[in-house]
Design a protein around this ligand. Structure first.
Ligand SMILES: [Zn+2]
Length: 278
């Protein structure tokens, strides 16, 4: 049974290791806080042996730069989240914040610029100009550093694609927590963009997203938790941790009607192609 605030039981171990492509281990979650060590050990036992930690505001980016030096199973990404970028711009603090992100992004174990993009769900029209500028700045940074870009796209599919096409997408572009339909998945796949599926693909009302996952080539498919958010079925609503990527990769295997071993191996290989060895 799932209870809000209570950490769910760990999933059954996977037949091969995978990478959690996007998590926030610094965010507080659950009624009882759990250490990073504890959550990484739980993930390891479930077969989620490596993680990409995303720091998407200044404090979180600094935390990430420190954590990737301490945990060998972790690499990181840094950026200003689109909602934070809008707030920082309104306060006149964006330029200085982005300058620090640009420095942190140069770290050897910071392998991702992200998450960045457009969020029309949380930010209203007054913040959209600032989001757009931040998105374009992060695209330019990813190209300058030749690092993969992770995109946050919430209720903004058409504009995100327009900006990528107008500015030119970085060589490696990943849609974190992909939320489009099969047509958008095909459009992204045609451009060689990677789609990272979160626990949302396991939800009972996710038929459009499941159709999108089914048409996404395995060579462009990644798995993530976005933990502590978006806990997969059957624990939806409870706090999430990287171990629960195991539920999501099982759903992807079901949708592709392929052996779980094969999907795990593909996700593992693709993750390392993108981010390099760690
Ligand atoms: Zn995230």
């Amino acid at each position: 049974m799932t209870r809000r605030g209570v950490w769910p039981a760990a999933p059954a171990p996977l037949p091969g290791p995978i990478v959690d492509n996007h998590c926030h281990l610094d965010f507080p979650a659950g009624d009882e806080p759990r250490s990073v060590e504890d959550r990484l050990a739980e993930a390891d036992a479930a077969g989620v042996t490596r993680v990409v930690q995303i720091g998407c505001d200044l404090e979180s980016a600094r935390w990430t730069a420190d954590a990737v030096a301490r945990f060998p199973q972790m690499v990181g990404g840094v950026a200003l989240h689109p909602n934070d970028a809008a707030v920082l711009a309104a306060e006149g603090a964006y330029d200085e914040a982005f300058a620090e992100i640009s420095e942190l992004a140069r770290g050897e174990r910071i392998r991702v610029v992200g998450e960045t993009g457009l969020d029309y769900y949380r930010t209203g029209p007054e913040g959209r100009g600032a989001q757009l500028q931040a998105f374009r700045d992060h695209i330019a940074l990813a190209k300058e550093l030749n690092k993969p870009l992770q995109i946050h796209d919430r209720d903004a599919h058409a504009d995100v694609i327009d900006v990528l096409m107008a500015d030119g997408a970085p060589e490696t572009t990943v849609f974190h927590c992909f939320s489009g339909d099969a047509a958008m998945a095909r459009l992204c796949a045609d451009r060689g963009w990677y789609l990272s599926f979160a626990g949302t693909v396991t939800f009972k009302n996710a038929s459009l997203l499941q159709a999108a996952a089914a048409v996404t080539p395995l060579s462009l498919t990644l798995i993530e938790t976005d933990s502590p958010f978006l806990t997969p079925h059957p624990h939806r609503g409870a706090p999430n941790s990287p171990a629960h990527a195991a539920h999501t990769v099982r759903e992807i295997a079901r949708l592709h009607d392929r052996p779980l071993e094969e999907i795990c191996a593909a996700v593992w290989d693709t993750s390392h192609e993108l981010y390099g060895p760690w």
